[in-house]
Design a protein around this ligand. Structure first.
Ligand code: ATP
Ligand code: ATP
Ligand code: MG
Ligand code: MG
Length: 291
């Protein structure tokens, strides 16, 4: 097709190359999932099957794109954090976003039947997702981004847990429950749950309160790859890069070490956590995520 008289139209294309040396975060969010969750009769406030589909779809995306360092999801959304130095698709925004969204959507559709065994998808209402990319300039802003999403999960879950207790156990209508909760603080909601329904919010499942974090576990290598030789090499790479100021240390890594490290990341098992990622502790234990 090269050199046809039509080729000039190529000049109309515009590419957004996402800023180098920044963390790219792609977030996908289900389109119209409020209605979608009604149509497929999700359990309220939390349908464990629906979270299962989301989490497995995200895990598949992460294994297909080894440059994704961490994924965080709750409700109908998932955020994928890429390595700061990723060169995937030359950092072209439309390629990155469309690939993540379409892979996630394809996986979600494919995995649906494994979790919703008695409820096939209806072509009149198929699950679709939108997506966007944002770049963050420092490890602090990436952490604050993830903290923002986790706090959002917590606020929504406390609200939804109380709302549905008022409706399902308290016999209120949706409108009445909404009215009852207007202007209430977190402490009021905890109190309603405890004194009226005997629910201690602290004892609710962590996956609902904290959402889901997917990370590659570089502290343990799974299966036969995990021989002693590789463990030793890995720990030396992790301690080299983990210690001190990331920028300078990264420059010291030889090309060969970098390749080895990439290979290890690809091989590492992806683990699912439901922890507090706002706390310092989470990152102290895993310095390699935001290297
Ligand atoms: P938009 O297209 O603007 O994103 P939306 O209807 O998807 O609109 P969201 O703010 O994304 O709105 O909210 C998603 C909704 O999906 C939640 O409010 C909740 O009703 C429902 N939902 C998602 N996951 C679950 C789940 N695991 N269990 C129960 N309900 C869920
Ligand atoms: P990228 O991921 O960068 O888009 P690509 O391999 O998909 O890479 P495109 O420029 O999108 O490259 O080109 C699509 C290619 O897919 C075509 O060049 C052709 O080889 C192949 N292809 C697409 N549709 C058909 C088809 N119906 N029959 C045979 N080959 C096809
Ligand atoms: Mg949505
Ligand atoms: Mg949402």
């Amino acid at each position: 097709m090269a050199n046809s008289k039509y080729e000039y139209v190529k000049q109309f294309e515009r590419e957004n190359y996402l800023l180098a040396e920044t963390w790219i975060v792609v977030r996908v969010d289900g389109r119209g999932f409020h209605r979608f969750s009604d149509r497929y009769k999700f359990a309220k406030p939390n349908d464990a099957r629906a979270l299962g589909v989301m989490n497995e779809a995200a895990r598949r995306v992460m294994s297909m794109l080894p440059d994704i360092r961490l994924a965080y999801g709750d409700s109908d959304e998932y955020s994928f954090v890429f390595a700061r130095d990723t060169e995937l698709f030359e950092r072209r925004e439309s390629k990155l976003v469309s690939t993540v969204v379409s892979t996630f959507t394809a996986m979600y559709n494919m995995l649906w039947g494994k979790y919703f065994t008695k409820t096939p998808l209806d072509e009149e209402m198929l699950p679709t997702f939108d997506g966007r990319a944002v770049v963050y300039p420092t490890a602090r802003t990436v952490r604050d981004y993830l903290s923002w999403r986790q706090v959002d999960c917590h606020i929504n879950n406390l609200y939804n847990t109380t709302f549905w207790a008022l409706v399902q156990q308290g016999g209120l209508s949706g409108a009445q429950a909404e009215e009852r909760l207007r202007g209430t603080l977190a402490s009021d909601k905890n109190e309603i749950l405890f004194s009226e329904f005997g629910i201690n919010y602290n004892n609710e499942p962590e996956i609902y309160k904290k959402g889901t974090i997917l990370v590659r576990d570089l502290s343990i290598l799974s299966g036969r790859e995990g021989d002693q030789h590789e463990r030793t090499e890995l720990s030396s790479v992790v301690s080299t890069v983990g210690g001190g100021n990331g920028g300078e240390k990264r420059a010291e890594l030889s090309q060969r070490q970098k390749q080895r490290e990439q290979k290890r990341r690809r091989k590492a098992a992806i683990v699912e956590l439901h922890e507090d990622l706002i706390r310092e502790d989470f990152w102290d234990k895993r310095p390699y995520i935001l290297l």
